[in-house]
Design a protein around this ligand. Structure first.
Ligand code: PGA
Length: 265
């Protein structure tokens, strides 16, 4: 038996390696002034780690939240250059992106490290946004299901190690769509999101599977966001390029709010 409920949509801007503190604060203040009263959907910005404290001050008590782009799974010790879940909580973070494809590709992240990061986040009071997605070569070779199943299973293992599994957020980000302007069509994305939802039902049970949010990432823009966010298993977006300007980030939040309204009817 499955349980249907409207999940709260989430739009998270991933600023990657862009903006120093002053510029980050300026853009955040613009966003906050435009969406201050918006309460229908969750929204967050993930600036560069060294900017988090300045960003936290700019956000003050608005409904915009803060996300980290990365986190380490150990809480302390000889791990030069890393920071823990507790450090991010202290800086005012609500979310942490785990296992983004750029971190898998350039910084040696594996399914094993992503699993441990998800577990550490949920145990420490951070909501993990755990990323999965196939490369173009994998899609062309018909391996989408195999790759996504492997990545999702590792994430679920981490999430089920603690008591807060329903808070998990998964981001489906096909690598061929990231930063390329080549968005997955709403139908292509929904197909993979439905597969992920099915895996969650099989591995986490029906009630939890219906609560976990699955957001889409990969060239989401104001003009394609509503089509994507309206799909039944797409619960918002993880957005790079289009989150870098206040106006376009706010437009994405408004599209999410509209999709949320439609889904709640
Ligand atoms: P993009 O990036 O929106 O610029 O494609 C998405 C991401 O990498 O999270």
């Amino acid at each position: 038996m499955t349980f249907k409920m409207a999940r709260r949509l989430l739009v998270c801007g991933n600023w990657k390696l862009h903006y120093l503190a002053a510029q980050s604060q300026e853009i955040i203040q613009k966003i906050v002034s435009q969406i201050g009263q918006e309460t229908k959907v969750d929204k967050a910005i993930a600036p560069v780690a060294t900017v988090l404290w300045a960003a936290h001050k700019a956000i003050s008590n608005s409904s915009l939240k803060l996300a980290a782009q990365n986190v380490y799974f150990e809480s302390k010790g000889a791990f030069t250059g890393e920071w823990s879940v507790a450090h991010l909580v202290e800086l005012g973070c609500t979310y942490a992106i785990c296992g983004h494809s750029e971190r898998r590709q350039f910084f040696g992240e594996t399914d094993e490290t992503v699993c441990r990061k998800v577990e550490a986040c949920l145990n420490g009071g951070l909501t993990p946004i755990a990323c999965v997605g196939e490369s173009l070569a994998e899609r062309q070779a018909g391996r989408v299901e195999e790759v996504v199943t492997r990545q999702v299973s590792a994430i679920v293992k981490g999430a089920l190690s603690g008591p807060h599994a329903t808070q998990l957020v998964i981001a489906y980000e096909p690598i061929w769509a990231i930063g390329t302007g080549q968005t997955a069509s709403p139908e292509q994305a929904q197909e993979v999101h439905a597969l992920i939802r099915l895996l969650l039902h099989q591995q986490m049970g029906d009630t939890t599977a219906e609560q976990v949010r699955i957001v889409y990432g990969g060239s989401v823009k104001p003009d394609n966001a509503l089509g994507l966010f309206s799909k039944p298993d797409i619960d918002g977006g993880l957005v790079g390029g289009a989150s870098l300007e206040a106006d376009s980030f706010v437009a994405l939040v408004r599209s999410a709010a509209l999709a949320q309204e439609q889904k709640s009817l």
